[in-house]
Design a protein around this ligand. Structure first.
Ligand code: MN
Ligand code: MN
Length: 305
């Protein structure tokens, strides 16, 4: 049997990379030859988690070099490999809205839980497969990352149970302490360029015919990020250069779970309507907003109708 690549979305986060590693191992144990790869370099947070559990960073690709692939943590062509339309997707494991077309029947497993690793945890359990300790560690890290330590509104009881169980297998005695250290490792924005902050965790969406780019950056001090002198200009520049109709950069405080957004676009009233707040000099206050998937995208989609 030919090898199959397993990967998460472009601009990978800890779920995209961590769950690709976990899924590659799972499918290997089920008889499929796999390789976990990443559609971009790991960010600081993911790098911290990989190092902590002594895992190697997967090979980085933009274009799949196998005929068949397995997708995790995404299902949309826009967020995937450049040759998406020329390859065959045999499996999808995901927790995002579904925007996927298939001509053949495929294995598609999606659940509205906080992290794709929570779904992998269930698959390992159902198959009565032991999870190797380092893999449990990176799965734990993925869930902590996606749910901001189980505080995001995307968090479910399944995520909580998976975290408890995975922490034990990974021998992490205090997952809250580990999780905060890991999240903080991803918030050192001082050493990054504006472009890295704007695009490091950005995804494209289509809303009412508009091409909308939404980025998010975690921090322990929102004003520390917003006070960067050229950040706003560069958000606007990114929109113009890449041809987006609208762009929103969400700056999220991981300690108190509040955010502020920088917005540029065709219609400022859309974002004001979406979040029921005023834009002041292209900045909008987003109290209690942390989840792009469950809060930002649905609200903004409504605002743009
Ligand atoms: Mn992700
Ligand atoms: Mn995810």
């Amino acid at each position: 049997m030919n090898k199959q690549l397993v990967f998460g979305h472009a601009n990978p986060d800890t779920d995209a990379i961590g769950t690709a590693i976990a899924a590659a191992e799972y499918f290997k144990r089920r008889g499929i030859e796999t390789e976990a790869v990443a559609l971009g370099n790991p960010n600081d947070e993911t790098r911290f988690a990989l190092n902590y559990f002594h895992l190697k960073c997967p090979r980085v690709i933009n274009k799949a070099d196998t005929e068949e692939v397995i997708l995790v943590d995404h299902n949309e062509a826009k967020q995937s490999v450049s040759n998406f339309n020329d390859i065959k997707v045999t499996h999808v494991i995901d927790h995002h809205k579904i925007n996927f077309q298939t001509t053949d029947p495929i294995y598609y497993y999606a659940k509205p839980v906080g992290c794709t690793s929570t779904i992998l945890f269930e698959l390992y359990q159902n198959a009565h497969l032991e999870i190797p300790s380092p893999i449990a560690g990176i799965m734990l890290s993925a869930i902590i990352s996606d749910t901001l330590l189980l505080k995001s509104p995307t968090t479910t009881d399944e995520d909580r149970q998976a975290v408890e169980a995975l922490a034990k297998i990974a021998e992490v005695s205090d997952y809250k302490k580990y999780g905060l250290t890991m999240l903080k490792a991803g918030t050192n924005v001082d050493k990054h360029s504006d472009h890295e902050i704007i695009d490091g965790d950005a995804k494209s969406f289509e809303m009412n015919g508009r091409k909308v780019r939404i980025g998010q950056v975690n921090t322990v001090d929102v004003n520390d990020v917003l006070s960067r002198s050229s950040l706003k200009d560069n958000v606007k520049k990114e929109m113009i250069d890449k041809g987006y109709d609208d762009i929103l950069l969400v700056v999220t405080n991981i300690i108190d779970s509040n955010s502020k957004g920088i917005f540029y676009g065709k219609d400022e009233s859309a974002v004001e309507k979406a979040f029921n707040a005023k834009l002041i000099d292209h900045v909008i206050d987003l109290p209690g907003i942390v989840s792009r998937k469950k809060q930002i995208v649905p609200n903004l989609t409504k605002g743009m109708e």
